[in-house]
Design a protein around this ligand. Structure first.
Ligand code: SAH
Length: 232
């Protein structure tokens, strides 16, 4: 049998499903929904990695995408997508566009994906790529995703794809009542994937799911300011 990208993608999805089974006690789900499986099958991940990485595009691993950043592991993309419980009328915000792969997966499942990337070169490359591939319901902006994208709020769900030391309060504000947010919470050395829910009364609950390793969410707002920082 000829090894095509599609064959490789099918194998990748099989591996993801297997890993979901192994980790079901952490993610509180036995299987991925068919919609998420279909979206993972549909998006050509090899188009989202640099040319010299294309042969590895369907390994269940994160890969470098330039500028010191990475495209997340496919299993992580799949479960984060699943945890958002995407529906076709949803408006979703992503913090950390990177390659645009996660946004492309979500774009198959929801109405519109708004995504914010701090490194202009990456955001521009992702925008070109998504346009070329025909993902026309993804909108990208260069900026600091800590502050979300208030103009399109509130969002049905929010996905943070860089490690944050705390859940950015502006993102909690921009989440709809009844909405869900997934965020890798911790330091650059390791994080827990946290699922946050806002109920219909606006009450917030959080649940720690599994250990993950994302690149940090950068930005000034994260620098602790203590009295010692003041000029002498
Ligand atoms: N979702 C991406 C992977 C994200 S890697 C994909 O599917 O490929 C994390 C990304 O978050 C990097 O591109 C990084 O530049 C970006 N990032 C880091 N801090 C950020 C911030 N404060 N605002 C927006 N993007 C940020």
């Amino acid at each position: 049998m000829e090894i095509t990208f599609e064959n490789k993608r099918k194998r990748m999805v099989d591996e993801i499903r297997e890993e979901v089974t192994y980790t079901r006690h952490m993610i509180h789900r036995d299987t991925l929904s068919q919609r998420v499986i279909d979206a993972m099958m549909a998006v050509p991940r090899h188009e989202f990695v640099p040319p010299d990485m294309q042969t590895y595009a369907y390994a269940n691993e994160p890969l470098p995408i330039g500028n010191g950043q990475t495209i997340s592991q496919p299993y992580i993309v799949a479960i984060m997508t699943e945890l958002l419980e995407p529906e076709s009328h949803h408006i979703v915000l992503e913090a950390g566009t990177g390659s645009g792969y996660q946004a492309a997966v979500l774009s198959q499942l929801v109405k519109t994906v708004y995504t914010v990337e701090t490194i202009a070169a990456l955001g521009e490359e992702a925008a070109r790529r998504l346009q070329k591939l025909g993902y026309d319901n993804v909108v990208i902006r260069t900026g600091d995703a800590w502050f979300g994208w208030p103009e399109h709020a509130p969002y049905d769900s929010i996905i943070v794809t860089a490690a944050a030391p705390m859940i950015p309060p502006p993102l909690i504000d921009q989440l709809k009542r009844g909405g869900r947010m997934v965020v890798p919470l911790g330091s650059r050395f390791g994080q827990d994937l946290v699922l946050l829910r806002k109920d219909m009364d606006g009450k917030i609950t959080t649940e720690v799911l599994l250990p993950v390793a994302f690149v940090p969410l950068t930005g000034d707002h994260l620098t602790p300011r203590t009295p010692d920082d003041s000029p002498r």
